[in-house]
Design a protein around this ligand. Structure first.
Ligand code: SF4
Length: 688
């Protein structure tokens, strides 16, 4: 919870690779061609290989597709492409039994392998439950036996959208149900002496996905013989920046926890696009993995041990309690503080702040940038910066600030000023709505400073610790010290924050200290990054800020990046939406498509998005096929699901309301359905 440590798993065979143990975290992707189309599938595998993809998964709906894996594999091997192949199986035990002959790994879905999946609400008696498990065992045993014979590993890949009726009847459509579904199969494997197992726990809901993996690791490690490797992924993450943000948040949160041996970033795009995102995500953790020196490479274990020895802070007990419930979402309780026209903390929406870099001496430039960021002409709930921070370093700049605030008029209420100088801080308290004081590591702040935090003052104060030494608990201790002193003197209207290279761990430590001292001051989650690469910033921000909000930590999100303004604000709102703490637009749950897709998924997703993106808060599922459809529909308001060649079925929640309609009519029918159900609002004039 408080520092990076990778979960050491059993090493599992994977063709010419090994997976788990001290191996690097691998990046995989999946073809979206029809597996019977050998030429197209080989071509796509080649493109994935050239992009650096380390594991390629192919869908195998039928025994014929499984048989054709032979041709695909042989052609790839003739072309000297030795990338391990994975057969993706739903429903068909016969397809799995055939596929095992031609691939390095078979993924089965415990929700539909040898189980009728009707999405019924039937209750199961104990006897019926056990009878169905026995049936699964009989069907599963030959696959386990054959996998052992061929030296093939197996992924038990649970999907939140396709749990069996049996499991749902007992555990609900929950993280607990997802875990139990996988454990049923793992127990059977172990009883048969088969241990080349991996797990995955995918969901389009990032919070559910994170909780399910954590719960699985907890339960499986307690019950099973080995800690098996984990394949991480957010399913139906969508496309574009939203898809990348959601994937980075879910996968990244778990990587930070030390989980994950292989990952897939699912995008409703060309699968080749998934590969660079995957590598950008695992880079930090794989860099941790090996250090090259005079003696060559050192395995992860030595790296971690040497880092821990060198660490400046106390060793942490492995039994230390987390400062939040890792298995179910609950927002950290914080006090409410009125700031300008808004309220921050409590149950209020997390607010968004951004930073102006222009110097106050360049008066006109600062004015223009502030206006652009605050966009006072935009409605309150649109994508805009609700607060804007600028910096004051000298007394001379105070005059420039006064002029600027006067010129801004009403909008000046949303200006935040930061400083690291105590005397300037004292002068700013009466000038603006919020002042941020930056505590630089090593600085001594005494009684005089504490007195400034007491009593009536115009400004809300944010105490922000600038934290250079990653891995230290000093910032949390310093801020908790000020928070305790302030609370004992009755000082309210205070926020706390840290600027750190490892915000996840620092904020967790801060929350732990605040919780143990009953301190409920609101927290501003700060993310600062000077990288010029957009993908790197997007991933880093999503992992760090997204993890905290998914765990209920944060009342405001403050960004300071080199991204263009629109990109930065979109990123902040995408992270809050991905964590489901602030919905600012329609939520699209769209799968990447695979060989089971028989319509133009990317085109349909783009058309639906274009027509409905303004329906804030609405969730629309766009699925290539029925496999995960109805299950994910439980989480979506409307669904657009592939039903056969160029045919679509439309759903309202889990109910199919229009079946097998022509693809060319389906988008318009979906719009009509949204209108009929009273969920439509006309778009603003700038949208089509
Ligand atoms: S939901 Fe999409 S990715 Fe999943 S099996 Fe169906 S078509 Fe393939």
């Amino acid at each position: 919870m408080y520092q990076y440590r990778r979960r050491l798993t059993r090493e599992v065979a994977f063709g010419n690779l090994a997976l788990g143990g001290y191996q690097p975290i691998r990046v995989e992707s999946m073809t979206n061609t029809h597996t019977m189309d050998t030429a197209a599938t080989v071509l796509q595998c080649r493109r994935l290989y050239e992009a650096g993809c380390e594991i390629i998964r192919l869908t195998v709906p039928t025994e014929r597709d499984a048989e054709n894996l032979r041709n695909i594999r042989d052609q790839l091997r003739r072309d000297r492409i030795t990338t391990p192949l994975v057969a993706d199986i739903h429903f068909s035990a016969r397809a799995a039994l055939k596929a095992v002959e031609f691939v390095e790994n078979v993924r089965i879905n415990p929700g539909n392998y040898a189980t009728s999946q009707k999405f019924s609400n039937n209750e199961y008696s104990e006897e019926e439950y056990l009878k169905e498990i026995e049936h699964v065992r009989i069907e599963f045993a030959p696959l386990v036996e054959k996998a052992r014979q061929f030296g093939v590993s197996m992924r038990i890949g649970t999907n939140h959208g396709s749990l069996s009726d049996r499991v749902v009847s007992r555990y609900g459509n929950s993280a607990e149900g997802m875990v139990e579904a996988a454990l049923e199969f793992a127990r059977m494997s172990e009883e048969m002496g088969y241990y080349d197992t991996l797990f995955s726990m995918k969901s389009s809901n990032v919070r559910v996905m994170i909780q399910a993996y954590r719960l699985l690791a907890e339960k499986a490690d307690a019950e099973l013989r080995y800690p098996y490797p984990l394949h991480l992924g957010v399913t139906e993450a969508g496309d574009g920046d939203e898809g990348r943000v959601k994937s980075a948040m879910g996968i990244g949160a778990l990587l930070e926890d030390g989980f994950g041996d292989t990952i897939r970033v699912s995008l409703t795009e060309d699968p080749v696009n998934e590969v660079p995102v995957g590598f950008a995500l695992v880079k930090k953790y794989n860099d941790f993995h090996l250090v090259k020196g005079d003696k060559g490479s050192l395995p992860l274990k030595h790296v971690i041990e040497s880092r821990n020895r060198k660490s400046h802070h106390k060793a942490l007990s492995s039994r230390e309690e987390p400062p939040f419930n890792p298995f179910s979402y609950q927002r950290r309780k914080s006090s409410q503080i009125a700031l300008a026209d808004l309220v921050v903390g409590g149950d209020n929406l997390p607010r968004v702040e951004s930073e102006v870099h222009a110097l106050l001496s360049g008066h006109e430039a600062v004015y223009e940038e502030l206006l652009q960021r605050l966009a006072p002409e935009k409605p309150q709930d649109s994508i805009r910066s609700e607060f804007v921070a600028l910096r004051v370093n000298t007394f001379e700049e105070l005059d420039a600030l006064d002029l600027l605030l006067g010129k801004l008029g009403e909008a000046a209420r949303f200006v935040v000023v930061s400083t690291a100088d105590v005397e300037l801080f004292a002068r700013l308290l009466g000038r603006v709505s919020k002042v941020r004081f930056d505590i630089v590591e090593g600085e001594r702040l005494g009684e005089e400073f504490l007195q400034l935090l007491e009593g009536e003052r115009r400004a809300v104060v944010e105490l922000c610790f600038i934290h250079a030494c990653a891995g230290s608990s000093v910032p949390a201790e310093v801020l908790a010290h000020f928070a305790k002193k302030s609370r004992s003197r009755g000082a309210e209207r205070l926020f706390f924050s840290v600027i750190s290279r490892e915000p996840v761990f620092v904020y967790r430590r801060l929350v732990q200290l605040f919780n143990s001292n009953s301190l409920d001051y609101p927290l501003v989650v700060r993310f600062k990054n000077e990288a010029s690469d957009k993908l790197e910033t997007l991933i880093d921000a999503s992992v760090q800020a997204g993890t905290l909000f998914c765990d209920g930590i944060g009342d405001m999100l403050a960004f300071d990046t080199s991204l263009p303004l629109d990109d930065e604000l979109q990123l902040a709102f995408n992270i809050l939406q991905g964590a489901r703490v602030r919905m600012s637009k329609t939520e699209f749950i769209s799968c990447p498509g695979c060989g089971r897709t028989y319509f133009e998924l990317e085109k349909a997703a783009a058309a639906i998005k274009q027509r409905t993106v303004h329906l804030k808060g609405l969730k629309i599922g766009i699925m290539g096929c029925i496999v995960n459809g109805p299950g994910e529909m439980a989480d979506a308001d409307f669904g657009y699901v592939g039903a056969g060649k160029n045919r679509i079925s439309l759903y309202v929640g889990r109910e199919c309301v229009e079946e097998n309609i022509l693809e060319e009519d389906a988008v318009e029918r979906l719009i009509n359905l949204i209108k009929e159900r009273g969920k439509w609002v006309d778009p603003p004039c700038c949208l089509p």
